[in-house]
Design a protein around this ligand. Structure first.
Ligand code: HDD
Length: 688
């Protein structure tokens, strides 16, 4: 009998999922090798043959089983969001949301619910690079006392299209082109931009995609959004429109495009490594969760339709109410078993969280369950350990491929008398999910509401909200992406389309991609939303990565003090030298070098501390340091120069100015440098 609390809910704590998974963990270390039938294996090196140089025999069941299993190791990768990575954690409620929702895990402050969160890229295949320009998936499975609740969101608050029926078209256009399967994981090609120009509802989303949001520095430094308008329903049955927001504790930060492209080669696993290493080092990723809420009576009070997923609700008009925090604190044991086999579905809800008539959401409600059937090989994927609810589940669904549970008894139908009509249904009071009784009327029609047809106002709102460097990045991204489009007609269409957003932007794109300036006019929107600009985000040095470039004969006391200060502020320090081993200071201090100029690259650091010194091959050492400084300077990063590092500054392309911090004659160097690291980028630097 399942253990139930008095209110018929399973008692869940932050460790409930971990405990459940423990039943399935197998440690093979120190064991004897067996077949899958548990027969001990005597030889795993040679197949069974007739004669030492003779043919392999069919009789070799171990060989057949081993090869057959290997031959079938692959499952289809996700049709989108194939490249992803996940971690375990928990969600803690700060304050009761009882007034707004009856969801069990949102009632008692302090309640901790286990979660599993998968971050992903949308377009690239499973083996593509992490830092491509793309939307990031942000999918969270809450293992609640009332069943699994999935918040399957992205790091951008809106979407390309308004109706689920267009999703296959969008994906076909953005994926590698079918005739030559190029390009991988990129939107910079003809079919995507042809789709954009001919489906202008995408304008707002494309502005976000061309912005720095699409190249996050880390998954720990990006926001998450439920995107759609969902509904909170409280115990009294009152509904409210809600949009979900995840706010990262470290603020929202991005790479620069040149850097992102180089990282794709230097470390294609950059973002998964960042998450994995942070968690391994105890630097847990944290995000606060909040909602924007609109009363149902106010549904038509705004200049956007709340059911349109290409629109956001400006936070200055509808504030985000923060009510809890997610902490990701445990890496998976096995990426295939957990990250690959996890199945998210926006339709997995709990009482108190409900849907709306957003036609994109309605499309998703069909698609996710459907895709799991082929990807995970049939309808029993909910029994895979990572997908199991932590509370019991009972129904009359039976059989299918790889059924694990053994449902005992004679009865598998409803209604029945032989099992006293059990499993029985529950009323709303008993925790049964009762769909929100929204009143709907209208004629059956295939059309789009006029209230969905303003494609450019919020695209311009976004543009207006950007700081000058952010605007420059968007312009550069457009010129790069549209510049990759072979069809001149498509390039012209894109330029004409984005004149609706900003004439200046469109003129710049036209100039960069060799087409005529646009003739159209931008929409008349003067408003901006400061919450949309990354310039206004949190800046902390915590977990940022500094490369200490060092040789022999450095000033030991100075370097020791600086590194101590960096570590005090939670900065991660890598010591980079000519070769692995030890370097020796002028005063005899030994420092262990854990990376070399070959194993690391400036694009993999947030900042440099240039100590310099002497080396066996001084000329090569000097040129390596020049390269590191020049790249970091070009990517607007802070650089600290120790007193022995000054000659390296003088030889480099770097110019004194914001974010360039010298130790010479500066008693506040350590603190100044930490402040510069927290700032992250210095956009007002002159780059050639
Ligand atoms: Fe989707 C996966 C997020 C629109 C159909 N989607 C998927 C994942 C995320 C999102 C994060 C990966 C989940 C994981 O890590 O396993 N999708 C979104 C968001 C959307 C969106 C935020 C717009 C608001 N998606 C969308 C539409 C459809 C789909 C309109 C279809 C009508 N999405 C899918 C899918 C995937 C998927 C094909 C592929 C793998 C999977 O579901 O499990 O069914």
């Amino acid at each position: 009998m399942d253990k139930l609390s008095p209110n018929h809910k399973q008692v869940i704590d932050e460790n409930s999922k971990d405990k459940q998974l423990e039943q399935f963990r197998v440690n093979n270390e120190g064991t004897k090798m067996t077949t899958n039938q548990a027969l001990k294996v005597s030889n795993d090196e040679e197949s069974l043959k007739a004669g030492i140089r003779g043919p392999t025999l069919m009789e070799d069941f171990h060989f057949r089983e081993k090869l057959t299993h290997f031959d079938n190791e692959r499952i289809p990768e996700r049709v989108v969001h194939a490249r992803g990575y996940a971690a375990h954690g928990f969600f803690e409620l700060y304050e009761s949301m009882k007034e707004f929702t009856k969801a069990g895990f949102l009632q008692e402050p302090g309640t901790k619910t286990p979660v599993f969160t998968r971050f992903s890229n949308v377009v690239g295949s499973k083996g593509s690079a992490d830092t491509v320009r793309d939307v990031r998936g942000f999918a969270v499975k809450f293992y609640t006392e009332e069943g699994n609740y999935d918040l399957v969101g992205n790091n951008i608050p809106i979407f390309f299209i308004q109706d689920g029926i267009k999703f296959p078209d969008l994906v076909h256009a953005i994926q590698p082109e079918p005739h030559n399967e190029m390009p991988q994981a990129a939107s910079a090609h003809d079919t995507f931009w042809d789709f954009v120009a001919n489906n202008q509802e995408s304008a707002h989303m494309v502005m976000w995609l061309m912005s720095d949001r699409a190249i996050p520095r880390s998954w720990r430094m990006m926001e998450g959004f439920g995107v759609h308008t969902f509904r909170f329903v409280n115990e009294q049955g009152k509904g409210r429109f809600v949009k979900f927001h995840w706010k990262p504790a470290l603020g929202v930060h991005s790479l620069v495009w040149d850097e992102a492209q180089k990282i794709s080669g230097k470390d294609p696993d950059f973002q998964r490594r960042d998450l994995w290493e942070s968690i391994e080092h105890g630097n847990f990723a944290e995000y606060e969760l909040g909602v924007q809420m609109i009363d149902e009576k106010d549904e038509f009070m705004f200049d956007f339709d709340v059911l349109d997923a290409t629109k956001l609700w400006p936070e200055e008009i509808v504030p985000v109410k923060i009510f809890g925090k997610m902490t990701l604190n445990r890496n998976v044991d096995n990426v295939f078993a957990e990250t690959e086999q996890v199945a998210f579905h926006p339709g997995n809800v709990v009482p108190g969280i409900d849907f709306t008539n957003d036609p994109l959401l309605q499309g998703r409600l069909f698609s996710y369950l459907d895709t799991q059937l082929i990807r995970l090989g049939g309808p029993n994927f909910t029994e895979i350990p990572i997908n199991r609810a932590v509370c019991p589940f009972h129904n009359n669904q039976r059989n299918g491929y790889s059924r694990q549970r053994i449902d005992v008894g004679q009865v598998s139908y409803h209604k029945n008398s032989l099992a006293d009509n059990t499993p029985s249904t529950s009323t709303a009071k008993e925790g049964g999910f009762v769909h929100y009784a929204e009143k709907v009327e209208g004629r059956i029609i295939q059309a789009r509401s006029d209230s969905f047809k303003d494609f450019f106002s919020q695209a311009r709102l976004f543009w207006n909200s950007m700081s000058p460097p952010e605007k420059q990045h968007i312009t550069d991204a457009f010129i790069f992406e549209v510049g990759k489009v072979a069809s001149k007609s498509v390039r012209q269409q894109v330029v004409d389309m984005f004149a609706n957003v900003d004439e200046g932007l469109a003129i710049h794109i036209a100039d960069g991609v060799g087409v005529n300036p646009p003739t159209g006019k931008q929409v008349n929107v003067k408003a901006s939303s400061p919450a949309l600009s990354q310039e206004n985000t949190t800046r902390v040095p915590y977990t940022l990565k500094v490369g200490v470039l060092i040789g022999n004969d450095f000033n030991g006391a100075e370097v020791k003090r600086a590194v101590k200060t960096l570590r005090k502020y939670g900065v991660t320090v890598d010591i980079v030298g000519e070769k692995l081993g030890t370097v020796r200071g002028a005063d005899g201090l030994n420092v262990i070098v854990n990376e070399t100029f070959l194993t690391m690259d400036p694009v993999l650091f947030d900042s440099l501390y240039v100590v310099g010194g002497t080396a066996e091959n001084q000329a090569k050492f000097n040129s390596n340091i020049q390269y590191f400084i020049n790249e970091s300077f070009k990517h607007y990063k802070p650089i600290g120069f120790a007193s022995t590092g000054l000659p390296f500054f003088e030889l480099s392309n770097a110019k004194a100015g914001p974010g360039i911090v010298f130790a010479t004659d500066n008693p506040d160097f350590d603190d100044d440098f930490v402040k510069a690291i927290a700032q992250q980028r210095f956009w007002d630097r002159e780059i050639y």
